[in-house]
Design a protein. Sequence first.
Length: 268
Amino acid sequence: MTSMAILRQQAAQARAGAAGSTAMAVPRDRPESPEIRFTSQLRAKKVTRDDGMDWYQVEGYASAFEQGYEMWDMFGPYTEIVAQGAADRTLGADPEVVFRFNHAGTPMASTRNTRLELWADDHGLGQRAWLNPKRSDVQLLVQAIEDQDVREQSFMFRITSGQWSPDYTEYRITEFDLERGDVGPVTYGANPHTTVAARSGEFLDLIPNLPALVAREAYSRLAQRSDLSTAPAPQTPAPARLEPPAPARSGRSISMLRTQLLVDNGES
């Protein structure tokens, strides 16, 4: 089995070969707006705002700066890092961002209605949202946070500037755009990215436990790829042919067969 270190080395060499003399700007086949998850200490509490209404205040960090996480592109695995300062320009432009759970469903707060606040500090991209306690989805989310069933946060963004390390093993995002993106809590996931290349790590982890039929089919399809091998695809042996059951004798009932047996045995 190929180790992750070897996979990373081979992927880096493939990137360098594909880039040639021109530096690769962004990872190829990477989601344009990836969902990056970070473990964050979420806090939820009831507060009264200036409007005199009670709200649930949920806050935490949607991103951590200068902390590497694993990503995959079309060549294989690499380490990606969001650089400190990457959010400064987009936050200065007062982007329109919404707060949602699992990047889906109806927004619970937004920067436009002033119930979502974003900031960047030495740790990362922070967010604070004020949620309507009358909403059932808000009640469920707050309960999940209090029960520690939801422990991670995420944000969706668009890369506007980044740089590969000289050996193509690490990619640093030096600037991203949050306009029309979202932030908020997410349930735990081993790999949240959505493209085939990004999910490659999950596929490799699943291989040892694939059902035999699925594993044989996967092996057969991989053998047909011209970029992997020129050998012909392995032939799956045809299933053994089952002999058809002997046709039942027509026109003979059970009682007739029983009588015939008695006659054959000399019984009356």
